[in-house]
Design a protein. Structure first.
Length: 117
């Protein structure tokens, strides 16, 4: 059974840093693309960053240069290093992964990130 469990969220001051982790269980060697999404109150869920099985990355415009996505395929773990955090980064952050061969998609339960002084 596949599970994605996020950790690392919390309260941080503007300009601070956080590192989110997402641990996958199940057949981790079948994981294809992985990504981080976020949803702020009253807004739609949006893609923050994506990383392919081969390590190619893509970022949403407002986080480029501040966030870094990475993964450890051997452990089935996804990371998001967030620096220079801004109040507008406040949201629930969700981990997402799709699994070969059928592309079945899974979500984590989310972790809250709050940027406030």
């Amino acid at each position: 059974q596949v599970q994605l469990v996020e950790s690392g969220g919390g309260l941080v001051q503007p300009g601070g840093s956080l590192r989110l982790s997402c641990a996958a269980s199940g057949n981790i060697f079948s994981i294809n693309n992985m990504g981080w999404f976020r949803q702020a109150p009253g807004k739609q869920r949006e893609l923050v960053a994506l990383i392919t099985r081969g390590g190619t990355t893509r970022y949403e415009g407002s986080v480029k240069g501040r966030f870094t996505i990475s993964r450890d395929n051997a452990k089935g773990t996804l990371y998001l290093q967030m620096t220079n955090l801004k109040p507008e980064d406040t949201a629930v952050y969700y981990c997402n992964a799709d699994f070969l061969p059928l592309g079945v998609n899974f979500w984590g339960q989310g972790t809250q990130v709050t940027v406030s002084s």
